[in-house]
Design a protein around this ligand. Structure first.
Ligand code: FEO
Length: 615
């Protein structure tokens, strides 16, 4: 029986998952299975984007047949020739001999390596930024060599702003009915597998991934469709930020990972003592791995996450212990950079492991190998505890720490301190006659329970402010964490005096008071009728009785800090920007000269709160 997912009016996921495979690429353990994604577009022409592994070919062809429903297959776009996506091309061509294969010249060579069917007669070769129009949709092709093989390209649907990203943005893990990353607990249940997939499969090629990310930074992306794992349509900036960390070999966490190799327990004991000493110093969330128990793919992934790495190995055959040697070589081959490394060795008669590990890690770029190496003989002795403490102290000292606050007579008002308020973010809407308007605010609170009474603070520069002063009626829609940045841009970065913010907005609803509320990307709304106004200078504080309140979803509320951490695009480390950044909210004004009377469209602070971006 076919098992497909309809994604849009003309796009289908026709891939498949498997949970029986023990080792991906015969190398990496699969704890949660893996998916092989393939996408089928029913435009004026039909377009299949990549195929699947042969292990799931039966279901895949049922899926393709079902979605095509008798239509012929016009195009197959081949983005990547690794057999987990390309093994079924031969059978696809037998079933659909009329198909035109769209790929680049390197792919053609690889296809000739894998297959013997007549390739050239059905080939349409493309190169960087060539396009293919299939009806309503136009694909632009972007080369992505070494992400993960040299022939890889990604495809950008300029009509829907969908990026078909090949292996990039993929993850281990079978799809369990939910196709989208926002339908699963990605941060808690998928991120470790996504990191392990990235670091082990393409971690070595950070420069090439950075090149792809730079190209992607120039695209407006609404959806990312990778070849493995969930599809991204929300929180894309958050996942992109993870990729920037991984591709630039920047640690995600200031944290310590200890990997040890022990035969009879003496080395393991020393590792435990070091971990306890680190904890005594205040280091939290130390992670320890026995390299003979945990597969190196998991430890490599942890080494990409953490800033500080400790390797502790017994000496074996005059070298590193075999499983440690495997891990160390794996780390070096994956090009890890920018880490602080500490070493400890054991050797009952001729310890050599630390020197050998040091020689390997010296091949890594921008890594500091601490001088405080500890050598033990068979077991750690009381007399050597001081050496372990010295090593722990050296690790602790090399970790960044927040500067202690100075309390002086001219105590500063640090603006970042205000970001710690548990502000929510809201769309505030009002209606004056036939004119609707809405804006983003962050200051709203319930004041009393009986009667239900709330307050909102609204900047006087906002058109919505004037409408509420005139009508005394408003709705407050409470944004949830799935609200995309575009929503903030729409309601927050333009004025209702200049544009009709509701002209092209679909799906709005009116509450009993006749004012619009936002039924999506929100978890509740309340309607207010103003009973009191307080002039706060730049803002008016409206106090209002609640006339209606409705729950819209169970999604968590969007807080100010969540917005800054996960929604607002960061001034990219990869995309050089020139201009001025608002020190309050991070809004970037692009231009050499900031007008003296400029008001931040997001937080309404003036030019004095902007600073020039570094050149
Ligand atoms: Fe998922 Fe590089 O293939």
């Amino acid at each position: 029986m076919y098992c497909v997912k309809k994604m849009t009016e003309d796009l289908y996921w026709v891939g498949a998952s498997e949970r029986r495979l023990n080792l991906f690429e015969n190398a990496y353990p699969l704890t949660n299975g893996v998916s092989y994604n393939s996408y089928l577009l029913l435009d004026e022409k039909t377009v299949l984007i990549d195929t699947v592994d042969k292990s799931v070919s039966g279901l895949f062809f049922e899926n393709v047949d079902h979605v095509l429903s008798g239509r012929k297959l016009d195009y197959l776009i081949v983005q990547h020739m690794e057999p987990d996506h390309a093994a079924t091309i031969g059978e696809l061509v037998l079933r659909h001999p009329e198909v035109t294969i769209v790929c680049n010249a390197k792919t053609r060579t690889m296809m000739q390596n894998f297959f013997t069917f007549d390739i050239d007669s059905r080939l349409q070769l493309v190169k960087e930024m060539d396009t293919l129009t299939t009806g309503k949709h136009t694909f632009a092709f972007v080369m992505a060599p070494m992400v993960h093989w040299p022939e890889v390209m990604v495809s950008y649907d300029t009509t829907t702003k969908t990026l078909y990203s090949a292996d990039a943005f993929g993850t281990f893990g079978a799809l369990n009915g939910n196709l989208y990353a926002d339908e699963v607990n990605f941060r808690t249940e998928w991120l470790a597998d996504a990191r392990r997939y990235y670091t082990n499969i393409v971690g070595k090629y950070g420069t090439q991934v950075q090149a792809l990310l730079k190209k992607a930074a120039g695209l407006e992306i609404e959806m990312i469709c990778p070849l493995h794992g969930p599809v991204w349509r929300k929180d894309i900036a958050w996942f992109l930020d993870k990729y920037i960390h991984w591709a630039t070999y920047t640690p995600e966490d200031d944290a310590v990972v200890i990997a040890y190799a022990s035969v009879y327990g003496g080395t393991e004991n020393a590792a435990n003592v070091l971990a306890a000493k680190l904890s005594d110093l205040g280091v939290r969330n130390v992670q320890m791995y026995d390299v003979s128990v945990t597969h190196p793919s998991y430890i490599l992934s942890e080494c990409f996450r953490a800033s500080h790495l400790v390797f502790i190995s017994t000496t074996y055959n005059a070298g590193m212990f075999v499983t440690m040697e495997n891990l160390v070589h794996d780390i070096v081959h994956h090009n890890l950079q920018n880490r602080t490394i500490a070493l400890m060795e054991n050797g009952s008669w001729a310890p050599t492991a630390a020197g050998l590990m040091r020689a390997e890690f010296q091949k890594l770029k921008n890594c500091t190998i601490l001088d405080e190496t500890v050598t033990i003989k068979s077991t750690l002795k009381e007399a050597q505890l001081a050496d372990v403490e010295t090593m722990a102290q050296a690790i602790f000292d090399s970790m960044p720490k927040p500067a202690p606050a100075e309390h002086t007579a001219d105590a500063p008002i640090e603006k970042n301190a205000f970001f710690s308020f548990s502000y929510g973010l809201f769309v505030l809407t009002a209606r004056d006659g036939e004119k609707d308007n809405g804006c983003i605010i962050n200051t709203a609170a319930q004041l009393t329970d009986t009667p239900k009474r709330i307050s909102i603070a609204v900047n006087k520069a906002n058109y919505t402010h004037d409408m509420i002063r005139k009508t005394g009626v408003f709705n407050l829609s409470m944004l949830s964490t799935d609200a995309p940045f575009g929503l903030f841009r729409h309601y927050g970065f333009q004025s209702g005096r200049d544009v009709d913010k509701f002209a092209d907005v679909k799906g709005m609803a009116r509450a009993t008071n006749g004012v619009y509320y936002l039924p999506y990307s929100t978890n509740a709304f309340v309607s207010g009728r103003v009973t009191q106004e307080i002039d706060l200078g730049t803002h008016t504080l409206f106090i209002a009785d609640v006339t209606e309140a409705r729950v819209l979803s169970d999604a968590p509320s969007m807080t100010y800090s969540f917005y800054f951490a996960n929604v607002k695009p960061k001034p990219s480390a990869l995309k050089k920007q020139t201009g001025w950044v608002c020190k309050i909210c991070g809004y970037v004004y692009e231009g050499e000269t900031l007008p003296a009377d400029f008001i931040c469209p997001l937080c309404k602070h003036g030019a004095e709160d902007f600073e020039k971006l570094p050149e």
